[in-house]
Write a protein that binds this ligand. Structure first.
Ligand code: CA
Length: 659
C-alpha cells in the first residue's frame, strides 16, 4: 500500500475514534513522504492545560481543523524560480493562518477560495535557502491547530540532467499496463476500484514498472534510446483506468504500477541503461474521480456546462481566423469524455498548480522530456505560459505536443518560434508529425501516381518550410490511438520494411510503438484493446515470450533483426540523425533522398513498386559529387561505382557513400 494512502486511512479512522482536538501537546502522529503531520490528541489534556483552555474562552465545540495534504509534497532549494505556490487541503484549513520559521523562506501571499477546505500559500525563496525541514504551523487565534514538517530538498547536481531529447534519439512508446507484468502482487492494489481482468480488452492487465525495468535489456538490444510511457499517475476510475488519461492524483504513481519511489528508480535505472524517459502529462482534463470531485476549490476549477457537453475535437478551430466563438468554446471548454473533467486553466491558481506539478515531476524523477496530451484542447495562452516557465527552469528541455491535425500548416501553428498572424507564439519545442504519419500509412499501400504512393511522402516533406525547424518534429508510423502500422500495411513484411526505413532515415526524431518491431497487429475499429494488446511474454503464463529470440517466430525475428540493424546503425550515424535532407521527386515509383553533414552522406532509395528497377544515378549528381562508391547498410553489399543501382521490388536500400 502506498504510504500516502495508508496515512489518510490512519488519520481518517483515528479522527473518527478520538475526536482530534485543537489544543494541548504536540505530538508526531504519522510521517509520510509529503509531510509529518503533528496532531493534538484529547487524552493528552492536563488540568493546567484545561485551565488555560477555559481562560482563553475556547470551547470543545470549536470547529475541527484537519490537514490532509499539501501539494506539492516537497520542494527544492536553489530553483531558478523563487516562487512556490502550496495548495493546502484539509477540513476548515482556511480558518487558520500558516506560520513558518525558516531561513530564507517567507510567505508572500495567502489566498482564500470558495471552499473553506483549501488554503493557497505563495512562498518566496531567497537564493540562499538551504535544504532542511520547514515547520508550517496552522494557527487560529495564536493556537496551533495543525502543523506539518515540509521538506526542502537538495537539488541533484548531475550536469547531465534535464538535457531533453534530440535527433540522436529514437523514442519507444509503451503502454505500461500492456507491456509486462513484473509484479503480479500489485495487480489488485488496495483502494483501487478497478481490479485486474486480463480477459477484458478494456480492463487492467497488470503491467507495471517492474515489467518495464525488467526489459531494459530488450530495449537496448533493439536499439531505441528513450521511452515514452502512457501516463502512470493514479487513475482510480471504475473502468477504462488502464490507459492512464483519467488521472485522479497528479502527485501519485498508480499503485498498480508501483510507488513514486519505484518510478524514480525506474528513471534512474533507465539512465544507467542509456535510456531517456519521457513522462506523459495531461493538462486538459482529469479523471472525474479526482479526490476533490465533491469539494472543488472554486466552481470555475472545471469548465462547467448546464449539461454534459463534449468537445467537438476540432483542434483547427483554435488557429482558424474565421472560427465562430461557439465552436471555439465547445472545442476548448467542452469535455473530452464523460469520465474526464475539463480543466479551466484560466483560473490562475489551477494554472499555477499544473505548472508546479510538471516541474515537481521533472525535478523529482530527473525526467528527460515530456509528451503533452491533447495539446490544442487547453487554453493556448496557458500552454504558452507553461512552456515559457518550463524553459526558464530547464533551458535545454523538450516537450513534444500531441497536435493531432492533418496538415503541416495547422501543426506548425503550435511550434515554438513561429509568431502566428494572430500573435500566438506557443514556445513548444517539439510537435508530433501527424501529417507524415498519415502519409506513411497510405504511401506504401498505393499504386504510384502523380499524387499517390511515394509522392505523398515527398509532398509532406516538401512543406517543411512552414516549420521553424522540421528536424524537431517527432515522426511516427503508429501510436496507441490508431491502427498498428503492420495492420495498416496489410501485414505485408516488405511494406513494413519500407515504412520503417523511411521513418528511421528521414528528418525528425522517430518514435516507435511497442510491439511494432515484432509486427504486432491491431485495428482501431475493433476497439482500443485491439491496438493495445499485451506484449507477448510480458506475463508469466504467456505461451510465447517475444522478448527472447527463441520466443519469436521466424517472421518476428526477421522484423526484429531488421529494426535492430537499422536502429543500431542510426545510433552511430550523425548524418542520418541530424544531417541535412535533400530529396528528389519520386520517379517511376522510386523515392530517393540524401542525409548528409560534414562527417558523411547517406543515400536512401525506396522502391515502392512491385518490380525490380535499375536506377540511373546521374540525376542525383549534386549529392553524389565527391563520392565514388558506397556500401549498403542493410546487407553490407559494396557498390564500386555510382552510375546505376539495381533495387528489388518493394524494398529499401540505404547506401553509405564513400570517397
Ligand atoms: Ca502488476
Amino acid at each position: 500500500m502506498n504510504s500516502l494512502f495508508s496515512l489518510s486511512i490512519i488519520l481518517g479512522s483515528r479522527y473518527a475514534m478520538n475526536n482530534w482536538i485543537i489544543f494541548g501537546y504536540l505530538s508526531i502522529e504519522a510521517i509520510d513522504m509529503r509531510c509529518s503531520f503533528i496532531k493534538i490528541h484529547s487524552k493528552q489534556f492536563t488540568p493546567w492545560l484545561l485551565a488555560i483552555f477555559l481562560i482563553s474562552g475556547f470551547t470543545a465545540q470549536t470547529q475541527k481543523v484537519e490537514l490532509t495534504r499539501i501539494d506539492p509534497p516537497f520542494w527544492w532549494a536553489g530553483m531558478n524560480n523563487p516562487n512556490l505556490q502550496l495548495m493546502v487541503y484539509g477540513e476548515q484549513i482556511s480558518k487558520t493562518i500558516p506560520v513558518i520559521s525558516y531561513d530564507g523562506i517567507q510567505i508572500r501571499e495567502l489566498i482564500h477560495v470558495e471552499s473553506p477546505n483549501y488554503l493557497f500559500i505563495n512562498l518566496l525563496f531567497s537564493p540562499e535557502v538551504k535544504p532542511g525541514m520547514m515547520n508550517i504551523e496552522f494557527q487560529e487565534n495564536g493556537n496551533t491547530k495543525a502543523s506539518c514538517r515540509y521538506e526542502i530538498k537538495q537539488r541533484k547536481t548531475d550536469p547531465t540532467r534535464f538535457h531533453g531529447f534530440d535527433n540522436s534519439d529514437v523514442i519507444y512508446l509503451l503502454m505500461p499496463d500492456r507491456f509486462a507484468n513484473g509484479d503480479p502482487s500489485n495487480d489488485d492494489a488496495p483502494g483501487m476500484t478497478e481490479k485486474a481482468d486480463r480477459k477484458n480488452p478494456n480492463g487492467r492487465h497488470g503491467g507495471d514498472i517492474k515489467g518495464i525495468t525488467n526489459h531494459f535489456d530488450y530495449l537496448n538490444e533493439l536499439g531505441v534510446t528513450a521511452i515514452w510511457t502512457n501516463p502512470m499517475l493514479e487513475n482510480n476510475m471504475p473502468a477504462f483506468s488502464y490507459h492512464g488519461y483519467a488521472i485522479t492524483d497528479l502527485y501519485m504513481i498508480d499503485p498498480r504500477f508501483g510507488t513514486n519511489q519505484d518510478y524514480v528508480n525506474m528513471v534512474d535505472e533507465a539512465h544507467k541503461n542509456g535510456l531517456k524517459v519521457l513522462m506523459d502529462m495531461v493538462f486538459n482534463h482529469l479523471g472525474t474521480e479526482y479526490y476533490w470531485k465533491n469539494d472543488l476549490p472554486m466552481q470555475d476549477w472545471y469548465n462547467q456546462w448546464p449539461e454534459f457537453t463534449r468537445s467537438n475535437y476540432r483542434g483547427g478551430v483554435v488557429s482558424d481566423p474565421h472560427a465562430a466563438k461557439a465552436d471555439y468554446d465547445i472545442m476548448v471548454r467542452g469535455w473530452f469524455d464523460t469520465s474526464m473533467a475539463d480543466l479551466n486553466q484560466h483560473n490562475h491558481l489551477l494554472a499555477e498548480f499544473l505548472i508546479t506539478n510538471s516541474i515537481w515531476w521533472i525535478e523529482y524523477a530527473g525526467l528527460d522530456g515530456i509528451r503533452q496530451d491533447t495539446y490544442p484542447y487547453p487554453y493556448s495562452d496557458f500552454m504558452a505560459l507553461w512552456m515559457k516557465r518550463l524553459l526558464e527552469e530547464y533551458p535545454y528541455y523538450n516537450v513534444v505536443g500531441e497536435v493531432w491535425l492533418s496538415d503541416p500548416q495547422s501543426v506548425a501553428y503550435w511550434e515554438n518560434n513561429i509568431i502566428n498572424k494572430d500573435g500566438y507564439r506557443s514556445n513548444l519545442t517539439n510537435v508530433f508529425d501527424f501529417p507524415l504519419m498519415q502519409a506513411i500509412s497510405s504511401a506504401f499501400n498505393e499504386e504510384e501516381g502523380w499524387d499517390k504512393g511515394a509522392a505523398k511522402l515527398w509532398d509532406i516533406i516538401s512543406q517543411d518550410y512552414v516549420y521553424t525547424d522540421p528536424m524537431h518534429l517527432v515522426t511516427f508510423a503508429d501510436n496507441h490511438d490508431g491502427d498498428r502500422i503492420y495492420s495498416k500495411l496489410g501485414e505485408d513484411d516488405n511494406k513494413f520494411k519500407l515504412a520503417m526505413t523511411f521513418l528511421l532515415t528521414t528528418r525528425g526524431i522517430p518514435q516507435l510503438y511497442y510491439g511494432s518491431e515484432i509486427m504486432m497487429t491491431g485495428k482501431e475499429h475493433k476497439g482500443h484493446g485491439d491496438i493495445r494488446k499485451d506484449f507477448p511474454g510480458g506475463w508469466s503464463d504467456d505461451t510465447s515470450n517475444a522478448f527472447t529470440r527463441e520466443g519469436r517466430t521466424r517472421e518476428q525475428n526477421n522484423a526484429f533483426d531488421f529494426m535492430k540493424k537499422l536502429l543500431h546503425w542510426r545510433q552511430t550515424n550523425t548524418a542520418v540523425q541530424s544531417g541535412k535532407l535533400t530529396h528528389y521527386i519520386p520517379e517511376n515509383g522510386i523515392y530517393v533522398y540524401f542525409r548528409y553533414n560534414d562527417e558523411g552522406s547517406v543515400m536512401v532509395m525506396l522502391n515502392n513498386t512491385n518490380e525490380e528497377k535499375t536506377v540511373d544515378l546521374s540525376r542525383f549528381s549534386e549529392n553524389l559529387h565527391g563520392y565514388s562508391k558506397g556500401r549498403s547498410v542493410l546487407d553490407r553489399t559494396g557498390f564500386d561505382q555510382l552510375t546505376e543501382i539495381k533495387i528489388s521490388p518493394k524494398s529499401p536500400l540505404i547506401v553509405e557513400l564513400l570517397k
